[in-house]
Design a protein around this ligand. Sequence first.
Ligand code: FMN
Length: 508
Amino acid sequence: MNDSASTALGYHRATSYQRYQISPHALDWANQPSLVKNYPGLPRVPLPRDLDLPRIDYFTRACRPGSESHTSDVAPDLKQIAAALQLSHGVTARAVHSGQPFYYRSVASAGALYPFELYLTAHGIDGLDAGLYYYDPLAFSLTVLRRQPLPAIPRVDRAVAATFYVTGIFFRSAWKYRGRAYRYVVLDAGHLLENLRLALGALNQRFSIHLDFDDEQTANLLGLDSELEVCLACIHLHIDTDKGTDTANSIELEPLSADIRQASQVSGREVAYPEILNIHRAGSGSGGGGSAEASSLMVATHGNPLARIDLDSSTLPIAADYTQVLGRRRSRRNFIPASVSRENFMTFVETMAQSMGSRSGMPAACRSALTAGILAGENMPLPPGFYLLDPEKRQLEQRIAGSLIEAMAAACLDQMWLKHAGLHLLFLTDLTYLDEIWGARGYRYAMIEAGSLGQQAYLAATALGWGACGIGAIYDREAADLLGLTESGALVYLVGLGPVKTSAGKTR
Ligand SMILES: Cc1cc2nc3c(=O)[nH]c(=O)nc-3n(C[C@H](O)[C@H](O)[C@H](O)COP(=O)(O)O)c2cc1C
């Protein structure tokens, strides 16, 4: 791979998979990355376990948590913070695989490598001193990294009670995926961000999501070794008044100790992949990607749509408890060719369209950096084909007629079980467009948005009784050609969805 890829297009091309050209890579099991960060000797705050998790319907409430739609003006307490952490990155089941413990999580992650981490700065949380904390999802505790009033980073002109920071540790994922791992680190971060967005909405909190901030400043705040671990997203929790918040915006932050920065190293033998550092650094600085308005169909292939299908919001949503949906979410690959009702299909597509609009609370740049599409197979209540989803017009635009599902399964590194999925949800971008509008930071916007929508797709599928599985293993150009994308168009992520075999033999 070439190490000079410092544009979205350059990095994505340099890390493309091509049929017959993937070099074998033996996993270094003796140096498998640790699942959590280790801060020897630092105090921990156990999180309360007697939580009142929200009992709300997924389709009518939980999947629509627009950041401004809730009116809570109560400073959140430690129990609500614990609930947000449990919902967004909680252990949902334990198992033993090959003699090793395995922790199922509420969030999906490529290869179950979980490169993301969550940190919290508390400014006005009842029951938690002002300071910086690292969240350990396995011990369900907070490790105290700073105990002092801290500035709200990035700065905003509203009161901040707490801020969550989502980081990515490159080597957790690069251990398996090498230079291609940056894709998975940002996609996975998007999955976690979506769970956090949904959790804060379900807990009636006001929040704002930020992908534009000074990378160095956040690394300094969080005590990261920025060659190894980087901040990818921030979520401020807002309250209406300044009462109770303690943001010390004027203080100069002391760097944390070398021991704390050292904790970003998660394996005894780490390999640095220059292409990862290059693409991340090329997108550093404070971003500033709010304003561009792209055509939502920017990767549109040649010619006019063959047909347009209006989304139907009158379909009756199915009742599904949000917290239970999170607990049941798993990657399922045992798809079966069973037919899907129009009602279930429209409920799914509507849910996705709602998550793409301005009410999603995601930064505007994310929404213009990515386009979603659908491959419908033979068992769907619309003609088989390739459709682009236009969330503003609330339409599916058919671009190619006939089922591409089997050919796409082949383009996904011959993961042929995908040919039985009822539909493939596609996340598409134009890499040159990202570079032109936002520079390399545009790659983060597109990939975080794709991951975030991917997590929503997993949850919607679970609520419908379907299966879902994210797919990052793609012969990149083969997939793009299949869809007739332009030279700089790319399928960056795919989620296979649809009825699966259940133990009771039932399907929906
Ligand atoms: C970004 C991303 C890419 C993934 N790519 C693949 C893939 O190509 N093939 C596959 O079988 N599973 C893939 N998965 C599914 C993960 O392997 C799965 O989430 C992980 O093993 C954890 O299991 P769980 O989702 O059941 O909790 C992917 C997941 C994510 C989030």
